[in-house]
Every structure is written in C-alpha cells, then in structure tokens.
Design a protein around this ligand. Structure first.
Ligand code: M6R
Length: 368
C-alpha cells in the first residue's frame, strides 16, 4: 500500500502532482466556467460577502496564509487568517456577510470544528475545504470544496497542503467569476494552475542534492527558514516539517523581520533556508530577499537557497541553490515547499526516526 516506497510520507510527497491535478479536475464546464456545486450559497449571497475569515490549525493554517495573498489579490475581498483555537475563544467581528472558510485535511480537528460552530452561531456563512468525504467539519458547514489528495496516512501533512492551496485558489477564482465576471483572468490562472503538476514532478525529479544535504545534517541543532509574501508561510511550513519529523529546532521568519530580531541568531555555520520570490515579483521583493541572503551570509550563515531557474542573482551568496521551475509568483508555494518536505523526510530518515509516526503526535487532533 506504500506503492513501493519505504514510508507513507515518501509516497505522499511523490503523489503531489496527482493531488494537485485531481483537485483541479472537473471544476470547469464546457465554456470554461468554474462550477462549484457544493457551495451551499447562492451567487447572490457570495456577491454580498464583505470579508473572509480562514480558520485552521497547523499546516492547514499555512495553506490559509498562502490563500490570503491570492484571494485578496484576485477577488479584492479582505481575508483574515486565524488559528482555529484562537478564533473560537475570541469575540470576532463577523456577521452574515462574512464567509468563514475552514481548512482541514481530516475534517475532524476539534478546534477547527468548534471555530466553524462559533462562526455559525455568530451568523456567518461557512465553507469547508476538506480532504475527507463525509467528515464532521464539511457536514456542519454550509458548503464544501473537497480536495482530492487521496487518503493521507503519514502524520506530517504534505500532499493535503498542496491540495488545500489549490482548492483555496479555485475558491478565490470562483469568487472573481461570480462577483466580477472577468472570465479571461480566471481562465488564465486556471491554465497556469494546470501546468503546476508537471512542474512539481520536475522538482521531485531533481531532489538528489537536497537529500544529500539532509543526510549530512543529522547532527544539526537548529535550522532557520526565511521567506516573504507567499514564501513566508512556506518558510513556516518548512520549519514545522523539520520540527515534527526530525525533532530539530526550526523557525520560519518573514525575511523583512530579520533586522527586528532574528538576525541575532546568525552565527558561523548556522543553516538557513531562504525561499526566494520570483525575479518577476512586484515591489522589488526579489532584490530585497537577495540582500537578506547577502546580509546573513556575511555573518557566516550557511545559505540554502530555493530559487527559480534562471535566477542568477542569488548564486554569489548561496552555499547551495535548489532550483524550482518558473511560475507566477502566487503559485510558487506549490513548488517551493516540495524541497523543504523532502529535506525534512530525508533528515528524519538519516536520524533513524519514525517518519510516518513522529513522537507525541496524532494524525488528527480530535481533542483540545
Ligand atoms: O486534519 P487537519 O488538516 O485539520 O489537521 C491540522 C493539523 O493538525 C495538521 O496540519 C498538523 O499540523 C500536521 N501534523 C502538520 O504536518
């Protein structure tokens, strides 16, 4: 059942092109319009939405953070992302024009379920992005958008994360379609998304060096991860994977925060992954992150740089360059997270740990 792989996690990482392709499958009609028939809300209601609040835990919450950048950009609706266990004990300002989107692989996470109930009590509309048919969270939500990642067995989430980002992007595009029309814009992003599974495969096919780097790092005490814009939640996801799987202290930071504190952690030999935005990114973000790499390298950091093919600016400051195919900036997380997953898997294996069942963790957290 592990499909020839040693662990479920390895299988699931390698399943990711399918997880994304299957989540995209069957979402459009013959005219190229998105058809989401389990929204549980009329188009009129969707047009009346003034705010989106995404609630989730762990990796699913990082998918939500990625989604915020895209949905705000495309649909021009304000999006907040909140950990479900924080949201459920607050007195959030939401009403019937708020769309609360829960994201959960299992559909059984207690805090996420309670956040959905809290939102409903306050009159909000609720949609769940979920990987498990018939589970509790989608059953209790007004609508559902299923991710089609297939069963995820390993405790550490991988393919569900990519499918969650994909599904939330479909939701964002659907809101554009319903609220503004803009068929061309929607079709363009959909076709860029369709190209992602092959690009994930390319990343997977080029992981030999990442595995080698990981195997030499079994004694590492701490690893830092930096990213910006959509690369920021990717950095945090990379850190979470390493904590969970390899029991190594790991932190993800927004690269812009460096000078506000984290740069004090840099000492000679400190490994730092940097998720570099595409050179085409707006606001000169690429150049800003390249300067960050330069700054930490000057202080002795060992820089492990994830950058697009053709991005030569990073080369002088990188101890290692890990390449991902070119893609629109907002879709890059679907590629840039993959080397971080493979790194954590390989390091965990090198330490002889139980990859599928890390200590102290459960696959779905059905208690508080
Ligand atoms: O089933 P869910 O998506 O609701 O689970 C949420 C988190 O418990 C989950 O993503 C957790 O953080 C994973 N162990 C991450 O690898």
């Amino acid at each position: 059942e592990k499909g020839g792989y040693d662990t479920f996690m390895e299988k699931e990482i390698n399943d990711q092109p399918h997880a994304v392709a299957d989540t995209l499958l069957g979402r459009t009609d013959e005219r190229g319009h998105l058809v989401l028939d389990e929204m549980g809300m009329s188009e009129e209601d969707l047009r009346a939405i003034t705010k989106i609040v995404i609630v989730a835990c762990g990796t699913a919450a990082y998918a939500g953070m990625v989604a915020k950048y895209a949905i705000e950009r495309w649909a021009r609706i304000p999006v907040e992302v909140e950990l479900a266990h924080e949201f459920r004990y607050r007195d959030p300002v939401i009403d019937e024009q708020t769309l609360v989107v829960s994201i959960s692989q299992s559909g059984e996470t207690m805090d996420t379920l309670m956040a959905v109930r809290h939102a409903k009590d306050l009159g909000a509309r609720t949609i769940s992005i979920c990987n498990t048919h018939g589970s509790t969270i989608p059953r209790e939500s007004d609508g559902v958008l299923y991710t089609h990642a297939g069963p995820e067995i390993a405790v550490a989430s991988t393919k569900a994360f990519l499918a969650q980002i994909t599904a939330s992007y479909i939701l964002g595009l659907y809101l554009v379609q319903v609220r503004e029309g803009n068929e061309e814009g929607v079709a363009e992003v959909m076709s860029e998304l369709q190209a992602i599974p092959d690009k994930i495969q390319q990343v997977l096919d080029g992981m030999d060096r990442v595995k080698e780097i990981a195997r030499f790092m079994a004694d590492t005490r701490a690893v830092l991860f930096l990213g910006r814009h959509v690369g920021y939640p990717v950095a945090m996801e990379g850190a979470l994977k390493l904590k969970e799987l390899a029991y190594i202290h790991a932190e993800g930071f927004a690269a812009g925060e460096l000078k506000h504190g984290p740069i004090a952690l840099i000492e000679p030999g400190q490994p730092v992954f940097i998720v570099v935005p595409s050179p085409d990114s707006e606001h000169g973000l690429h150049g800003k992150v390249v300067s960050n790499i330069q700054e930490i390298r000057a202080r002795g950091a060992r820089t492990l740089v994830i950058a697009e093919e053709g991005d030569e600016d990073v080369v002088p400051f990188a101890d290692e360059v890990i390449r991902i195919p070119r893609s629109p900036a907002l879709l890059a997380p679907l590629l840039s997270v993959v080397p971080l997953q493979v790194f954590a898997l390989e390091l965990s294996t090198a330490k002889g740990l139980d990859v599928d069942q890390p200590r102290n963790l459960a696959k779905s957290v059905t208690v508080e």
